[in-house]
Design a protein around this ligand. Structure first.
Ligand code: ADP
Length: 246
């Protein structure tokens, strides 16, 4: 990693995005932190990163809005001097079976998890190609993007999109790699909400019987995918953390 390299992490206020932002800062990156809300932990993450001696900015933006994604990428480039790593992490999860799922939930989920990742990949790639110094684009897939789960109909569909988008976005001539991480069950606020949402659909507490991973384990994978060692890893939705029943 060149000194002064810049990473932009979406959904960085909490959970996996927070852990990724902190890890990349520890790895030496200056970091642009995105979230849709300012009051969602972003300020604390910013303070921690500043304490590590890195440059850090906040970019409040909704990743499902094209002009906001473009603005966020422009700010990172302008204020931090470029863009070397884009982590399209922000996402939402609707935990419902097919017949309970609504069109509104479908649209909202695809806006953030599908369109949001597409826009982040696209505007990051555009800037990285312009810069001509290569780059790393990393997206949030999931085990739900590899295997259907009948209580996660819409969520699975959105993550299948991230998986195929990542596999089909080849930018090898530009020395830009595009990969995605595919976690199983990770201990974040999203998991707490998912357990709550599923209570009315799942009679046994199946989720309590699952072994959970930590956001820091996912951040370690992202750190690798962003590194020089991962230069020849691209189009991979397979780097995986699969969690087994205890
Ligand atoms: P995870 O388990 O993936 O970490 P969380 O729900 O804990 O899930 O975190 C997801 C993060 O993504 C939150 O900080 C949330 O505010 C953010 N987020 C959700 N939707 C958007 C969006 N449209 N634009 C930017 N950030 C978003």
């Amino acid at each position: 990693m060149a000194s002064g390299a810049v990473a932009l992490v979406t959904g960085a206020g909490r959970g996996i995005g927070r852990a990724i932002a902190l890890r990349l800062a520890r790895d030496g990156y200056n970091v642009a932190l995105n979230d849709i809300r300012r009051d969602n932990g972003l300020e604390n993450v910013r303070r921690e990163i500043r304490g590590m001696g890195r440059e850090v900015i906040e970019c409040i933006a909704d990743v499902s809005k094209e002009s906001q994604v473009k603005g966020m990428v422009d700010s990172a480039v302008k204020e931090l001097g470029g863009l070397d790593v884009m982590v399209a992490n922000a996402g939402i999860c609707v935990a419902k079976p097919f017949m309970k799922s609504t069109l509104k939930e479908w649209d909202q989920s695809f806006d953030v998890n599908g369109k949001g990742v597409f826009l982040c990949y696209k505007y990051a790639a555009e800037r990285m190609i312009e810069q001509g110094r290569g780059g790393r684009i990393i997206g949030a897939c999931s085990q739900a993007g590899k295997q259907g789960a009948d209580v996660l109909t819409i969520y699975c569909a959105t993550k299948f999109v991230v998986r195929s988008l990542t596999q089909t976005t080849a930018l090898k001539p530009h020395n830009i790699t595009i990969n995605a991480y595919a976690p199983g069950i990770v201990d974040t606020a999203m998991l707490s909400k998912l357990k709550e949402d599923l209570k009315s659909f799942v009679s046994t507490p199946i989720l309590d019987a699952l072994d959970t991973g930590t956001p820091e384990q996912i951040a370690a994978l992202v750190s690798y995918l962003a590194s020089k060692e991962a230069q020849f890893v691209t189009g991979e939705p397979e780097p995986t953390f699969s969690f087994e029943l205890k």
